[in-house]
Ligand binder design. Structure first.
Ligand code: ADP
Ligand code: 5GP
Length: 190
């Protein structure tokens, strides 16, 4: 069976990772699925348990962590987030590419498990744009301040990634990411 790629999207909050992933899932025509992470962060109004995240208490998260359920986990913006082994291994074993929306710490851990993975760092060209997008998404002023401070640290590590994608024009960013994923599928089948 052809080897399907593990694909990491990282970048500051508001850079557009989830939006790009949604577009790839809907329109790329490639066999892809999103790895749904577990988190202790409270859901946003539009978010559904099991679709956007598994929303767990700290107790549940800790129990699963001790049971070895996570491939990686990290504290991000004051909450715990983790990639579940089952969300990644099962689809890859069936030839389905897996998309991960994770932070820089998680990306480094996943690279150690999957050295062949394909990794993208998504960014915008200005600070004002992150702020505007986070505001539009309904984040509180405290949350925006925290996420912008983290963005500065994350941007310093963008050169750890295979590709840095500027997401000012969404269509262009989606096309760039898609092209690289198509090539990774081709490589896996040759
Ligand atoms: P992330 O997952 O990186 O935190 P989101 O995908 O949630 O970011 O995007 C944050 C906000 O920015 C959303 O409201 C989304 O619709 C918007 N957005 C994403 N990409 C673009 C773009 N290229 N131009 C304008 N707005 C965008
Ligand atoms: P948000 O709260 O905006 O959904 O996500 C905040 C940050 O946590 C983002 O940078 C996102 O990529 C990251 N994140 C989401 N899921 C995981 C995960 O499973 N592991 C790690 N390490 N980071 C994650």
């Amino acid at each position: 069976m052809a080897k399907a790629p593990l694909i990491i999207l990282t970048g500051p909050s508001g850079s557009g990772k989830s939006t790009i992933i949604d577009r790839l899932l809907k329109e790329s025509g490639l066999p892809l699925r999103l790895s749904v992470s577990a988190t202790t962060r409270p859901p946003r109004p539009y978010e559904q348990n099991g679709v956007h995240y598994y929303f767990w208490t700290r107790d549940e998260f800790e129990k699963q962590r001790q049971a070895g359920a996570f491939l990686e986990w990290a504290t991000v913006h004051g909450h715990w987030y983790g990639t579940l082994r089952s969300e990644v291994e099962d689809p890859l074993n069936r030839g389905i590419g897996v998309l991960l929306d994770i932070d820089v710490q998680g990306a480094a851990q996943m690279r150690a498990h999957y050295p062949d993975c394909l990794s993208f760092f998504i960014r915008t060209s200005s600070w004002e744009e992150y702020e505007r997008r986070l505001h539009k998404r309904g984040e509180s002023p405290e949350s925006i301040a925290r996420r912008l401070a983290a963005a500065r640290r994350e941007l310093e590590r963008s050169d750890e990634f295979d590709h840095v994608i500027l997401n000012d024009d969404l269509n262009r960013a989606v096309a760039q990411v898609r092209k690289e994923i198509e090539q990774a599928f081709q490589k896996g089948s040759s």
